[in-house]
Design a protein around this ligand. Sequence first.
Ligand code: SAM
Length: 348
Amino acid sequence: MSPTDDEHSYSHQPVLLEETLDWLRPASGGTFVDCTLGLGGHAEAMLKASPETRVIGFDQDLKALAMARERLEKFTDRFQAVHTNFKNLSAALNQLGITQVQGVLADLGVSSLQFDNPERGFSFAADAPLDMRMDQTQGETAADFVNHLSEAELADLIFEYGEERGARKIAKRIVRDRQQQPIETTKQLADLVIRALNVPGRWRIHPATRTFQAFRIAVNDELKVLESFIPAAISALASGGRLAIIAFHSLEDRLVKRAFQRDAGQCFCESKRRVTRPVSDKKLRTAMKYDTVDEALILTTRDAVICASCGARLRIRPLTRKPVRPSDLEIAHNFRSRSALLRVCERI
Ligand SMILES: C[S@@+](CC[C@H](N)C(=O)[O-])C[C@H]1O[C@@H](n2cnc3c(N)ncnc32)[C@H](O)[C@@H]1O
């Protein structure tokens, strides 16, 4: 598929670009995976950093992939684009015969290509079919969710993924309105939220922002995908390799923080075992002999599981204690960068 002229008019400024390059160090060469290729901004900068750098780019959006392929055509021998969800990272790398990489990047969320294209249904700025799928080749649309979930399921979804306090009111209104006619468009949903929350007039942030975020997360199963992706990405890293994740809201960032803590040896179970350096098999066996609290101690030195109940193990070192945020200058140039939160860890 090749991009149309219309699609060329979309642009996406890569967020926290300098910071990402500083942390991932593509200038040192090696193989890097950009799990969220989008329009290829981060990937291009990584490829330019060194002629010894190879980038594998994933995206689940065929249009983004086509545009990134065209942009990065000149790097053909060092760049490969794959249409896949990054939850399939291990399988996709296996297929390419890659066992270990020096860096992995995930710049989460939607790109401007998706958000600014009214036909994709991510935004309430224009009236469009309520789609919100990043991968339009499969899965249920936001309209399917809105029209088929029960009132309780809708309320839970909007509350959990949108952190919307008015979730119950919105769910109730959806169920009432859809009895008259199906809710098929972004405008129908946005107007309905305004009525449900009883907030007519002008707002600094559109009242439907949180509800739209909730449906987008649900449609693309974003949090579950992220949760399964992080351990797989860490497994793919060579010793000293780095994983950088740019999150855009607190639900994502919390999940990244916790996943890093768990793989940095912090156990969240009652036993609260905390191991600060890799343990040899011999030491582990000795520990197991005397440890009656935690039966779940295990295995090899490199991927030693400390607690099987919560999956804690010691195989990374978080490099960013707090998330890195964009500078005021970057926010002034690219308003969408304002909520970006970058966390980086290094494989031991
Ligand atoms: C914020 S954009 C990335 C922009 C990119 N870094 C750039 O510089 O142009 C996010 C991209 O990741 C893709 N994406 C989001 N979640 C994904 C997933 N689970 N698997 C594969 N691609 C995903 C989206 O389709 C979108 O194109």
